[in-house]
Design a protein around this ligand. Structure first.
Ligand code: GAP
Length: 514
C-alpha cells in the first residue's frame, strides 16, 4: 500500500470511528474546517492535557492563562499581522484556480528530491549488493544535475521570500515551468499579497462599527497580559506563560485533512528571559520539546529539526520540529526566538511601559522571548498517523488497530459481558461503575466478543475486560491487551491498579526528566 493510500484510509477511519467529521457535512462541508467526534474530542483533550501538565504542572516557573479570541485591533498592528501576515498568491488564468506561489515552488523542490530518490532506487536495482549510495550520489552526473538545479532554485526562492520579491517568485514559477495541476497550463497572473486574518465587526454595524480580527495566533493574548501575570503572580525571570486556544487563518491552500485548517487550536508558551540569554534558552527548549514528542514512543527517526532560512518578522532564530507524516516530513511545532519584538512593539503602540525590573541587576528592560508553538490538530494528526496500523491475523483475518499511547487513548477500557444473561451484565456494569470516576470506560454487550475486540482495537482501547462464567465463581475477569492481544486472568479488585499502571500520564511525564 502506498503512503497516499494509507493516508486516505486514515481519513476514512477518522470519520467512521467518530474521531473527525467534515464541518456542517449535511451542507457538503466547509473547506478546511472540521469537527471532532465522540472519540476525537477525548483524544484531543488528552493531547492538550499532556501538553498543559508538562508545561504548567511540571515547570514551577510556567503558569497558564486563557485570553479572549477577540483583541483590540491595535494588537494586530503592533504584532505586524496587519502589515505582514500575508501569503503570496498567484492565479492560473485558464483554470481560474488560486495557489500560494511559495507552495508551488516548495512542491517543485520536493519533486526534485523525489527524482533523485528514483534515480538512486534504479541504480540500487541495477548494482544489487555492491551498491554504494553515498558514492553514487557524489558521482552520478544525472543526480548532480538535478541537485544543482534544486539548490539554485532553493537559493533564489529564499532570496525572493526574504526580500518580499513577488516578481522574483513569479520568475521562478515560469523558469521551472510549473504548470497548474488543473488546467495543465502555465498561464499565470502576477503574484499578489493576501492577508490571512479573518475580520468581523464589533458593536452596532450602523454607527461606531469597528473592524476586529479573529486572532491568527494565541501568542498575542500572552504578550498583552505579560505585566498582569508577572505582577499578580510575582514572577521572576526566566518564566513562562502557557495558553491553549483557537486561532483562525484564511488559508488559501487548504489540504491534507486537518494539517492545514482555517479554524484550529494552538498550544503556545512564551518564555520570558534576560536579553542576551535567548539563544541558550532557545536551544534548551528545542531539546525539551523534542523529548516531549519522542516520549510518545513512535520512534525517534520519525522526527527532525528544520531550521528556518527565512525568519519571520519577529524572530532571530527559528526551528520547526517536523514529523514524518504519510505525506512526508512536515512541521508540527515551531520554536522561535522572538527577541523583544512583541513586548517592545506593544509598548510603543499602547504607550504603556512594558518592562521588567530585574532585582538582581537593578535594571529595567523589555524581556526577550522564546516561544514554543504547536498546533493541537496537527499533533492529533501526528498521533493518528503514527498509531494507525493494519495487521494480518491468524486464519487469514485482519484487524485495524490504533496503537495509541495508553494515556492518550479516548477509551481506557471496555467491559464486555460474555453473554447477556446469568448475571454477567450486572457484574460488568459494576466494573464500569468502579472505574468510571477515574477513566473513560465503556460497556459493550452487542455482537460476538471477537467483533467487540475489533471495535475497541479500531479506537485504540488498551484493555478489554471480559466477564464470564468464571467471574461469577471466583471474582476474576479476562483482560485482553490491545497490542499483544494476549489475555490474562485478573481479580476484579486488581483492575484499577492495572489500568492506572498503563494509562496514567505519570509514565509519560517520567520520561521527560523534568
Ligand atoms: N505564534 C507562532 C505561530 O503561530 P506558526 O508556525 O504560524 O507560529 C505554529 O504556527 C503552529 O500552529 C504550527 O507549527 C502548526 O502546528 C500550527 N498551525 C499553524 N497554522 C495552522 C493551520 N492552518 N492549521 C492547523 N495548524 C496550524
Amino acid at each position: 500500500m502506498t503512503q497516499e493510500e494509507v493516508f486516505k484510509k486514515l481519513v476514512a477511519h477518522c470519520k467512521e470511528y467518530g474521531f473527525v467529521f467534515p464541518s456542517s457535512e449535511i451542507y457538503d462541508g466547509l473547506a478546511a474546517v472540521y469537527d471532532y467526534g465522540q472519540n476525537g474530542v477525548e483524544l484531543k483533550n488528552n493531547i492538550k492535557r499532556y501538553w498543559w501538565d508538562s508545561m504548567v504542572k511540571l515547570h514551577e516557573n510556567i503558569v497558564g492563562i486563557d485570553a479572549a479570541i477577540f483583541m483590540h485591533p491595535r494588537t494586530w498592528e503592533a504584532s505586524g499581522h496587519v502589515g505582514a501576515f500575508n501569503d503570496p498568491l498567484i492565479d492560473n488564468r485558464d483554470s481560474k484556480k488560486r495557489y500560494r506561489a511559495d507552495v508551488l515552488i516548495e512542491d517543485w523542490i520536493a519533486k526534485q528530491d523525489e527524482k533523485i530518490d528514483k534515480e538512486i532506487e534504479k541504480a540500487r536495482k541495477r548494482f544489487g549488493e555492491a551498491f554504494d549510495e553515498a558514492k553514487y550520489r557524489e558521482t552520478s552526473p544525472r543526480v548532480a544535475e538535478i541537485a544543482a538545479r534544486r539548490s539554485e532554485v532553493r537559493a533564489r526562492f529564499a532570496e525572493a521570500m526574504n526580500a518580499n520579491d513577488l516578481e522574483g517568485l513569479r520568475r521562478i514559477i515560469l523558469d521551472c515551468e510549473i504548470a497548474c495541476p488543473i488546467s495543465g497550463t502555465r498561464n499565470w497572473t502576477e503574484v499578489r499579497q493576501f492577508n490571512l486574518m479573518f475580520s468581523t465587526q464589533i458593536g452596532s454595524v450602523a454607527e461606531g462599527a469597528n473592524t476586529i480580527y479573529l486572532r491568527p495566533e494565541t501568542a498575542q493574548g500572552i504578550f498583552v497580559n505579560f505585566l498582569n501575570v508577572q505582577k499578580t503572580g510575582r514572577m521572576k525571570l526566566p518564566f513562562g506563560i502557557a495558553q491553549i486556544g483557537k486561532a483562525f487563518r484564511n488559508e488559501i491552500v487548504a489540504r491534507q485533512f486537518i494539517f492545514r485548517m482555517r479554524e484550529f487550536e494552538q498550544m503556545e508558551m512564551q518564555f520570558f528571559v534576560r536579553p542576551g540569554e535567548e539563544m541558550q534558552w532557545w536551544s534548551r527548549w528545542k531539546e525539551t520539546r523534542m523529548a516531549w514528542h519522542r516520549a510518545l514512543g513512535f520512534g525517534d527517526e520519525k522526527y527532525r529539526f528544520h531550521d528556518h532560512e527565512k525568519l519571520a518578522h519577529y524572530a532571530n532564530a527559528a526551528t520547526d520540529i517536523e514529523f514524518d507524516f504519510p505525506f512526508g516530513f512536515k512541521e508540527v511545532e515551531g520554536i522561535h526566538s522572538r527577541t523583544d519584538f512583541d513586548l517592545g512593539s506593544h509598548q510603543k503602540f499602547s504607550g504603556k511601559k512594558i518592562q521588567y525590573f530585574d532585582p538582581e541587576t537593578g535594571e529595567s528592560y523589555v524581556p526577550y522571548v522564546v516561544e514554543t508553538s504547536i498546533g493541537v490538530d496537527r499533533m492529533f494528526l501526528q498521533v493518528m498517523s503514527a498509531a494507525y496500523a493494519e495487521e494480518p491475523l491468524d486464519g487469514g483475518d485482519s484487524r485495524v488497530v490504533l496503537r495509541l499511547p495508553a494515556a492518550l487513548a479516548p477509551v481506557k477500557a471496555a467491559v464486555l459481558p460474555l453473554v447477556k444473561k446469568d448475571g454477567m451484565p450486572e457484574v460488568a456494569q459494576r466494573i464500569v461503575d468502579m472505574l468510571k470516576y477515574d477513566y473513560n470506560v465503556v460497556y459493550d454487550e452487542k455482537d460476538s466478543v471477537g467483533k467487540r475486540y475489533r471495535r475497541q482495537d479500531a479506537i485504540g482501547t488498551p484493555f478489554c475486560i471480559t466477564v464470564d462464567g468464571q467471574t461469577l465463581a471466583d471474582g476474576t475477569v479476562t483482560v485482553r491487551h490491545r497490542d499483544s492481544m494476549e489475555q490474562e486472568r485478573v481479580l476484579v479488585e486488581a483492575l484499577p491498579s492495572l489500568v492506572e499502571e498503563e494509562c496514567s500520564f505519570r509514565r509519560l511525564f517520567k520520561k521527560l526528566n523534568l
